[in-house]
Design a protein around this ligand. Structure first.
Ligand code: GTP
Ligand code: MG
Length: 189
């Protein structure tokens, strides 16, 4: 069949926002479905399938998932403050950004905004028309803010030079993730 277009996506956001849980949901649940000789998968013999136990990421993980027309390579970065200086080393080679926010974490929304602003103003990002997909994650929490509220607090309407989209998501169940990936695919395809 036709080879899917390869895109690099950087998954960013504060620690504990749910990045790894989201990526884990997007990965194939059963590697065997793809067959051991599938061209697309042979070179990624270390592709990990969905795992039960998700622990805080150290440094970063590289993962793969596919949509109907694209083959994504995701850099799932650690959100811990001591690792955030790693993020910028991957800006140049990335085609899109997934930025994850814990919608229940009101206290750190200002920190999330600072990190987002720093990212968008970085020299390797600011001049490029790079799609930014935001997940207002943990929408299942009783105290979760709506995606509209999150987008107001992050002042997303100020992003004029890049296509952006925010989706409420519950990464534990997978709700909202497909809508986001569909949007991303439309922007890149
Ligand atoms: P770092 O790797 O440290 O940057 O964190 P991360 O952003 O990768 O977060 P991770 O995916 O490890 O999730 C952190 C915690 O939040 C875990 O206990 C997840 O089970 C939980 N979690 C993730 N998504 C959701 C969600 O949508 N709802 C709820 N209630 N919990 C979630
Ligand atoms: Mg993680």
């Amino acid at each position: 069949g036709l080879k899917k277009k390869e895109v690099n996506v950087l998954c960013l956001g504060l620690d504990n926002s749910g990045k790894t849980t989201i990526i884990n949901q997007l990965k194939p649940s059963n590697l065997c479905l793809y067959g051991p000789l599938s061209d697309d998968w042979r070179h990624v013999s270390q592709v990990k399938t969905q795992t039960q136990d998700i622990v805080p990421t150290i440094g970063f993980n590289i993962d793969k998932f596919k949509s109907s027309s694209l083959s994504f390579t995701v850099f799932d970065m650690s959100g811990q403050s001591r690792y955030r200086n790693l993020w910028e080393h991957y800006y140049k080679e990335s085609h899109a950004i997934i930025f994850v926010i814990d919608s229940g974490d009101k206290l750190r929304m200002v920190v999330a905004k600072e990190e987002l602003d720093t990212l968008l103003n970085h020299q390797d990002i600011c001049s490029r028309r790079m799609p930014v997909l935001l997940f207002a994650n943990k929408s299942d929490l009783r105290e979760a803010m709506s995606s509209v509220k999150v987008s107001q607090l992050l002042c997303l309407e100020n992003i004029k030079d890049k296509p952006w989209h925010i989706c409420a998501s519950n990464a534990l169940k997978g709700d909202g993730l497909q809508e986001g990936v569909d949007w991303l695919q439309e922007q890149i395809a």
